[in-house]
Each structure stands twice: as C-alpha cells, then as structure tokens.
Design a protein. Structure first.
Length: 285
C-alpha cells in the first residue's frame, strides 16, 4: 500500500459560527423518514459545507463547537481528524482518530450500524497514523492488526444493515482507494447523500477509464445544487479523458474560481492540469 493511497484513505475515512449549547435537530444527511438519525442542524450544515460546497476554511471552529454541543456524534470527530491531517497536525489527528473509535464503540449499544462504522473508521485512521509516522516499511506491518479489526467492524456495520446509505458511502470510498472498483460502484449506487454518491460514481468511472460516464455523473452531482470546485475539477478530468481539452480548460477555471478554500496542494494540482490541457488545446487549434 503506497503512502499516497494511505493519505487518500485518511482523508476518506476521516471523513469525511458560534453554536448554541442546546442543538437544533435537523435532517440526517444520509437518511430520511423513520430511518433518519437525530443529527444536529449544525452537523448536517458542516457536512454540507465541506462535501457539497467544498468550503474548508472556517470548518475547524464549527466542528469543535459541534463536539462540545453533541460529544456523542462520531462524524464530527472524523471530519475534524481529516482537517487536522490536512493541516499536518499528526498528533491531533491521532487523538481525534482514537476519539472517533471510542465514540463509535459507545454508540454500538444503541445504533450498531453507525457505531460499528465509526469504530472501524477510527481504527483505520489510527492505523494510517502509524504508517504515516513510521513509514510504510516499519509502520504497515504494525498497522495490519488494526486494519484487520477495522474491516471486522465495517463488516459488522454491513451485517447490521447492508443497505444503509452512510455505510455504503464510506465503505465504497475505501473500496475505491483499494481499487475494488466494481464493488465500489455497486455500493455508491446505494449510498447517500446524492452529491457524494454521484461524485463517488464519477471518480470510479474516471479510474476505470469510462470518461463519458464520469462526465455524466459529475454533471448530475453538480445538478444537485452543489457547486463544488472538486466536482468541476472531476468534470474537467473527464473532459480531458474524452480529448475535449478546450472544454476542460473552462471546467478547470471554474474549479479554480470557486476553490479559494481548497487545500493549497489541491489548487496547485488543478492549476498544473489546467495548464497542460490549455497547451494541448492551443497546439490542436
């Protein structure tokens, strides 16, 4: 397993304003009706800000407030862990990974689906910390027992409800990183919210070389109302795969125009791919 893939897994697993001390309960971003969990309006809003709109700046104080108000919500710890990892704060990341695992374990008694899911995700983040800290050669053998426990917890979450949208979403992203693409695609089709499920399908089609389907699903994700710079970036990559470099430049530019709050490393990558596409379009004209 490469360091780059481990970094990607960290960001996916972790996933990934002033707040009142008494939260207002709102719609679960993953489920509706009788299956919806009592997730706070602040939690749903933070999830949408990051994954629908791609707004990372200002997320930290919001997530910290959510943890103070609802300390039993494991998603908040996982998202804050992902942010700590992006910021290069590995020790905070490790602490939040452990908290994600602990809160998930406690939740199993009342919600075995989400409890097992986040227990497993916490274990995966803890294992990734060891690999990043010590390197693949030394860290990965030490991490294997935790990774095995992670997969055990994820299987328990699936056994509790194989059709749960949240379970399917996060496990699909893990399978995608592990290149289990057919399995990931099947799980994304049972996942929610739509803007995350469609994005996952687009990523999977892109990695499989199915660029027309990658473009279609990226555009469908944008049609959900999520004008996310990372979706425009994904659309641009699909257009490059279809040899439509001129159109891709427009999509890259849209991603850069919206992406002021993206991590600097990702912005640099988008800019680099944009310049290559522009050069090819100019040479072909």
């Amino acid at each position: 397993m490469t360091v780059k893939r481990i970094h990607g897994m960290v960001l996916v697993i972790s996933a990934v304003a002033a707040l009142a001390s008494s939260p207002v309960w709102a719609r679960d971003p993953f489920r509706s009706g009788a299956l919806a969990r009592p997730m706070s309006a602040e939690m749903e809003g933070a999830f949408r800000e990051v994954f629908c709109y791609g707004r990372y700046t200002g997320t930290r104080p919001r997530l910290e407030g959510i943890i103070r108000a609802t300390p039993n919500e494991p998603l908040a710890y996982a998202m804050l862990a992902a942010l700590a990892f992006q910021e290069g704060n590995l020790e905070e990341y490790a602490q939040l990974a452990q908290q994600t695992r602990q809160v998930g374990s406690q939740l199993k008694a009342t919600d075995p689906v989400r409890g097992n899911l986040y227990e497993g995700m916490g274990m995966g983040m803890e294992a990734a910390y060891g690999v990043v800290k010590e390197g693949v050669v030394i860290g990965l053998p030490k991490a294997l027992p935790l990774l095995n426990q992670m997969f055990g917890s994820l299987r328990a979450a699936q056994a509790a409800d194989a059709n749960d949208p949240e379970v399917n979403l996060f496990i699909a992203y893990i399978d995608l990183l592990l290149t289990n693409r057919d399995k990931a695609l099947s799980q994304f089709q049972k996942a929610a919210p739509p803007y995350m499920a469609l994005r996952g399908q687009s990523l999977t089609h892109r990695d499989m070389g199915n660029f027309a389907l990658a473009l279609t699903t990226a555009e469908q994700a944008l049609q959900t109302g999520c004008d996310n710079p990372e979706l425009h970036y994904l659309k641009a990559q699909a257009l490059v795969g279809l040899n439509r470099d001129g159109d891709a430049v427009v999509a890259f530019d849209r991603a850069l125009a919206l992406g002021s709050q993206l991590p600097q490393e990702l912005r640099a990558q988008i800019q680099q791919e944009r310049e290559r596409a522009a050069a090819r379009a100019k040479a072909a004209s």
